[in-house]
Design a binder for this molecule. Structure first.
Ligand SMILES: NC(=O)c1ccc[n+]([C@@H]2O[C@H](COP(=O)([O-])OP(=O)(O)OC[C@H]3O[C@@H](n4cnc5c(N)ncnc54)[C@H](O)[C@@H]3O)[C@@H](O)[C@H]2O)c1
Length: 277
């Protein structure tokens, strides 16, 4: 059981992109501390599935589900209104949604992911979700936190790629010419570094009203990525392995609760030591 400093009973946490791999973990982490969680995502089907899984383990009335596109201010306002109609105010915002541009070669996206060919449309789309989405949700829910007299917490989910460049050698495909080699796209690095900037800005902007803002920068989570990739990546990590999906739960609990009451404006990097090498 968490100590009282981690206790989130009476608090409501809204998570964006909550139906994905880590969103579900963040929700479980906060539910473990007795928070009510509002799961939001664009995928109705995945959202329902995430809710179903969580309601097996946690009280059903503590898990709320809303379709919400973070790139749409109207959609965010509409969720805020639906919550306030039920007298629910968001105390904790976890900006987690992203379009994760998985490096893959089977769809012909490899070449398109390279800097020289990366389209303005793809750039705009990814920035709209990963960066503008975090700005809009912070603006809308953060303003209410700041005006509530109770303060709140904003947690931006960045990435270890907020502190170093992608090592494109990880994605190298033997035999392919250089111009066809898969890469992690530039948008990802820009979004994640941008989230750290947003974190610092918010941390100072609303500090007087008790709204703290921090970022969590996870390293890669193991989900059967393929032996060669996992081997290459593990060699770059002092702990010698990728993260398990539940290894960020304790950090989420710390950063979203009073356990981190004096932490503000920081980027917590959890990468198995990769950035220390
Ligand atoms: N999985 C990892 O290894 C890893 C590592 C470092 C950082 N991260 C970061 O953690 C966060 C979660 O990653 P994940 O692995 O769970 O990704 P994921 O792709 O499984 O989940 C992302 C979710 O965001 C949702 N989404 C996409 N567009 C949206 C929009 N317009 N509005 C609202 N939701 C939208 C998707 O439907 C999806 O459910 C991301 O910010 C990611 O960059 C992940």
């Amino acid at each position: 059981m968490p100590t009282h400093r981690f206790d989130l009973s009476g608090k409501t946490a809204l998570i964006t992109g909550a139906a994905g791999l880590l969103g579900l973990e963040h929700a479980a982490a906060l539910l473990e501390c007795d928070a009510t969680v509002v799961l939001t995502d664009t995928s109705e089907r995945q959202l329902a599935e995430a809710g179903r899984k969580l309601k097996i383990e946690f009280p059903v009335d503590k898990v709320l589900l809303y379709e919400m596109d973070v790139s749409s201010p109207e959609a965010i306002h509409s969720v805020q209104k639906a919550l306030s109609d039920q007298r629910i105010e968001v105390d904790i915002l976890v900006n987690n949604a992203a379009i994760d541009p998985k490096v893959r070669d089977e769809t012909g996206l490899v070449e398109a992911s390279r800097l020289e060919n990366f389209t303005r449309e793809e750039w705009d789309l990814q920035i709209a979700v990963g960066l503008t989405g975090a700005f809009l949700c912070s603006q809308i829910f953060g303003s209410t936190m700041a005006n509530s007299g109770k303060g709140g917490v904003i947690l931006n989910i960045a990435s270890d790629l907020s502190v170093f460049a992608p090592d494109q050698r990880l994605y190298r495909k033997e035999g392919a010419p250089d111009h066809m080699q898969p890469v992690k796209p530039v948008s990802y690095s820009v979004i994640k570094a941008g989230l750290v900037g947003l974190t610092r800005y918010l941390a100072t902007y609303w500090a007087g009203q008790g709204v703290r803002s921090n970022a969590l920068s996870p390293g890669g989570v193991f989900v059967d990525q393929g032996e060669e990739f996992v081997h290459r990546l593990s060699q770059l990590i002092p702990l010698g392995r990728m993260a398990n999906r539940d290894e960020y739960r304790a950090a989420i609990q710390f950063l979203c609760s009073d356990a981190s009451s004096y932490m503000n404006g920081q980027n917590v990097v959890m990468d198995g030591g990769r950035s220390a090498w």
